[in-house]
Design a binder for this molecule. Structure first.
Ligand code: SAM
Length: 278
């Protein structure tokens, strides 16, 4: 008998939120802590021990980077809609100006659960009201034409920012290409994509080896493909888009005055990309 896989892919969203909650000064996410629960706390203790103790900070800085970039574009009136692919339990709607329209896309069970929880917290006045549309979709299924119709109906021709963070690791290249193809279809010139992924070279680090070991042991995956890494070249050659910014944990640590603790090989260094449609 193999090890029992006790974490499902969509449940990794709880882990991401819990990491963001560990340093609110760094993440600027004051609502992530709402998702805390004892099951996640248990996984986190194991994860930090088995994978990398620097993980809370890499997640805090990822949130901070995208939050600040999106916020700057909202302030300049460059975007009206934020479309979050694989949105999990991220709390951008409550951290950004209320005029923004949000479209949150994730697996059906995640968006149903999130909607219920948000409505509950709104009734309790823990969260403010926001314009949020939820769409349940599995990116490994036949979803494209239905999703394009729904997105166009909600956003019309309004300028948008598409965010995809913490997701591509779980998808294969074909599924990723399909998503970027869809982004091109729904976006207009001047619209933005923010994406997070690991580069191929991370496979040589101890932290990534630890991560794969942890996932193979604990996380029930939907397909048997390897976890995906993506090189810079993928982003510099997305048709109709230009890469306008690229960061990683180390550059963001400098930018936000965060002290890196561990040596490089013990850190899961994720890369962050901003693309603009030509
Ligand atoms: C690690 S969480 C990240 C959540 C969120 N983007 C964040 O940064 O807080 C990964 C998310 O991707 C979603 N996801 C993974 N594979 C997916 C798929 N095939 N279709 C839809 N969503 C998927 C999961 O349900 C989960 O919410």
């Amino acid at each position: 008998m193999g090890h029992q896989k006790n974490i499902r892919v969509h449940e990794t969203a709880f882990v991401t939120s819990a990491f963001r909650a560990t340093d609110e000064n760094l993440s600027h996410d004051t609502f992530a802590r709402l998702w805390q629960n004892s099951k996640t706390e248990k996984w986190i203790i194991e994860y930090l021990k088995m994978v990398s103790s620097e993980e809370p900070f890499t997640h805090c800085l990822r949130n901070r980077y995208f939050l600040d970039e999106i916020n700057a574009l909202v302030q300049k009136n460059e975007i009206d809609v934020l479309i979050n692919f694989g949105s999990g339990f991220s709390m951008y709607p409550f951290l950004l100006d209320k005029k923004l329209i949000h479209i949150e896309i994730d697996k059906p069970e995640i968006v149903t659960y999130k909607r219920q929880k948000l409505e509950h917290w709104q009734q309790e006045n823990v969260l403010a009201k926001r314009d949020i549309h939820f769409i349940g979709v599995d990116f490994t299924s036949e979803y494209k034409s239905g999703l394009i119709t729904k997105l166009n109906a909600i956003k019309g021709n309004r300028p948008c920012f598409i965010l995809i963070e913490g997701v591509l690791f779980f998808l294969n290249r074909e599924e990723t290409n399909d998503l970027f193809e869809l982004f091109k279809t729904v976006q207009n010139s001047g619209d933005y994509i923010g994406s997070a992924s690991f580069q191929e070279t991370i496979k040589n680090t101890q932290a990534f080896k630890n991560l794969l070991h942890f996932f193979n042991l604990k996380v029930a995956k939907t397909s048997k493909d390897d976890y995906q890494t993506i090189d810079d070249q993928y982003y510099t050659s997305v048709p109709n888009y230009t890469l306008i910014d690229q960061q990683d944990y180390f550059s963001l640590s400098k930018k936000y005055d965060h002290k890196v603790i561990k040596e490089k090989t013990l850190i899961l260094n994720e890369n962050f990309y901003l693309l603009k449609k030509i």
